[in-house]
Each structure stands twice: as C-alpha cells, then as structure tokens.
Design a protein around this ligand. Structure first.
Ligand SMILES: C[S@@+](CC[C@H](N)C(=O)[O-])C[C@H]1O[C@@H](n2cnc3c(N)ncnc32)[C@H](O)[C@@H]1O
Length: 333
C-alpha cells in the first residue's frame, strides 16, 4: 500500500464528503424526513429538486450514515439517530444552522488561492452581518449551536467573585453571557452587537429565562464605547476578525469601560508560537483571511502584548478548561 498516495488522495478528496451534508442541509432534507420516511421522488417534489439528483444525494447520505434506506419500506429514506439529534431544526441538540454556515463558507474557502493572492477576504462580510438576513440568522444561530456545548467552561476558568456588571462585545446570540449569568447570580450583562443580530439575542436570552439579567445594546464595536464602571468586558471569538489597529482600539475602549480592578477576557483560537499548529488554529487563520477583512489569528503572546500596549496589567494566558479555546485576561490598573 502506498501510504503517501493514500494520505494525499484523502486530503485532495477531503471536501467531497462535506458537500452532500451541506446540500441536504440547504435543501431541507433532514427536516422533511423528520415528518416521516419518504421516497426520493416525493422528496424531490417537495423540495423543488430533480428526482435523479435527489436519488444520488440521498444514496450518498446513506453511505455517510446520515440516512438509512429500508428495502422493507419500499425504498423510503429516513434520518439516522444522529441526523435526528443533530440535523433536524426541532431538536434541542441541533447543529443545522452551523452546518448551513459551513456550507456557505465552503464557497469562499474554494477561493482560498484568490484570498492568498490578494491577501484579503473573498466574501462580502456584510452578507453575514445583516445584508442577507437568512445568512445572518444561520451565522448567529450556528455560532451559538456550536459554542454552547463548551460555553460553561468559561465561567469555570475566570474569577467570578464580586462581578456585578459586564458586557459581551460582539456577543452574538448571547451564548457566553448566558453561561456567565447562570454561573454568577449577582452578575448583570449586556450583549453588545449589531442591530439585526440583537433580535435573535433577545429571543435566546428569553428562552433561557434570563431577560431581567441580560440586556442588549446596539454597537459598532470598531467605533463605539462599551460602557463605564464595568467589572468585566468579554470579547469572545471576535478579535481574530480584526486587524491589530482595530484590536488596539477595542482593547483601549475595553480599558476605558472598566472600573479600576475590572477585567478584560479575550477568548478565541490562538496559533502556537511558531504558527504551524495546532492544525485547527492554522485553518482558522486561513478562514479569517478568506472571510474577514483584516482578520488574522494571533499567538497568545501577541494578544497578551496587545493587552499590555493598551494599558492593562496582570496579563495572563491559558486554556479555557476543556473547551479547546484559550484566553488572555488582563486587569485595569
Ligand atoms: C464569530 S461571532 C462570535 C459570537 C460570540 N462572541 C461567540 O464567541 O460565539 C462574531 C460576532 O461579532 C459580531 N460583529 C461583527 N462585526 C461587528 C461590529 N462591527 N460591531 C459589533 N459586532 C460585530 C457579529 O455579529 C457576531 O455576533
């Protein structure tokens, strides 16, 4: 067996396996099958697709173990247990918005060489920030579906005692604000984000019974103030979207918004000092290039230095529990 050939062909074919998943998520196959097993022709009719294309897609779905086709049900397809749990929109464990975002992102990813040539994004980031409401909804809910699984690790990783007022800058659906509010009963939080995002945030906060504890504020985080006299400013998974100039401006405004002794927490994926790993962080860095104008991943040391340059003291770095994320924390003198 030629291991080098096998390894390379696995890499080169890598994107094929995700595509049927993205197509089934985009077409609504999993939700349609949640209503009951169906034949390919019926699904094609319901989902405005060709029967031939649908047969091929569903057969690949069976091969990928997302669907089954039961000969005893006359060739009808059904969701596997995994698809029912993770890919139907009615499931509390759903990842369907996140999978749809990954499908959308496979388009700019397919233009990676263009992004590398030009050194900048190949997608209009306004689309996911409100210009295309369906895309924005997939983006915000998708980030939540993915992040909420490890979100409780954050409050376990930072000192919560004495926290009364905090903001979550670019807080999206409120994933981390919800985790913090659940862990620190005295803490009131404001999720700061763009106008079209905050309807989703309010609905999410309400669904978690935290409406009195978490409110929202419209902000352009590149320009606006974050508040005053705060105990905590959280910036989670946002600074990789921005250049060093914007990061310094945001960290400076975080410092200004904190009371003396208040803490900024920058959470995200960071590359190791030689920048060649971990693998996911190096890919995240490429994603930042393709998707976010000016965005790039930093090392923890680089982020700590930006915090130091912004006037913070007691700068620390470390993992966020077992979430796979890391953080830089720093205190306003
Ligand atoms: C990758 S998501 C991170 C969401 C959340 N903080 C988390 O860790 O899961 C980036 C967030 O930044 C927000 N955002 C992007 N540009 C922004 C801007 N100029 N002003 C305010 N929020 C912005 C997006 O709407 C989105 O909620």
């Amino acid at each position: 067996m030629d291991i080098a050939f096998m390894t390379l062909s696995r890499l080169a074919f890598g994107y094929w396996e995700g595509q049927p998943l993205y197509a089934m998520a985009e077409l609504g196959v999993f939700d349609a099958l949640a209503e009951g097993p169906a034949r390919a022709a019926t699904l094609a009719d319901r989902l405005a697709a060709s029967t031939d294309g649908m047969v091929r897609l569903l057969d690949a779905g069976v091969a990928l173990r997302l669907l089954t086709r039961d000969p005893e049900t006359d060739g009808r397809y059904r969701n596997t247990e995994m698809a029912t749990k993770l890919l139907t929109s009615g499931s509390p464990d759903t990842l369907i918005h996140w999978v749809r975002v990954m499908g959308r992102w496979s388009r700019p990813w397919s233009r990676l060489a263009d992004a590398v040539r030009s050194g900048t994004t190949v997608e209009d980031q306004g689309l996911r920030l409100g210009d295309d409401p369906a895309y924005m909804r997939d983006f915000i809910l998708g980030m939540h579906e993915y992040a909420r699984r490890g979100a409780a690790e954050l409050p376990s990783a930072i000192p919560l005692e004495g926290l009364r007022r905090g903001v979550d800058v670019g807080g999206g659906a409120g994933t981390y604000a919800i985790a913090l509010a659940n862990a620190a009963p005295e803490l009131k939080l404001t999720v700061l984000d763009l106008t079209p995002v905050l309807d989703i945030t309010r609905a999410m906060v309400d669904a978690h019974g935290l409406t009195g504890r978490i409110d929202t504020g419209v902000i352009d985080y590149r320009l606006d103030r974050f508040g005053e006299d705060l105990d905590l400013v959280l910036m989670s998974n946002v600074l990789h979207q921005e250049s060093d100039t914007v990061c310094l401006s945001m960290l400076g405004r975080a410092r200004d918004a904190l009371r003396p002794g208040g803490r900024v927490v920058v959470q995200g994926h960071f590359v190791q000092p030689d920048r060649t790993g971990p693998l996911f962080a190096t890919l995240h860095n490429l994603s930042a290039l393709a998707l976010w104008s000016g965005g790039h991943s930093r090392t923890l040391e680089e982020m700590a230095a930006l915090a130091g340059r912004s006037g913070f003291t007691e700068v620390t770095t470390g993992p966020v529990g077992k979430s796979g994320l890391s953080m830089v924390t720093a205190v306003r003198a």
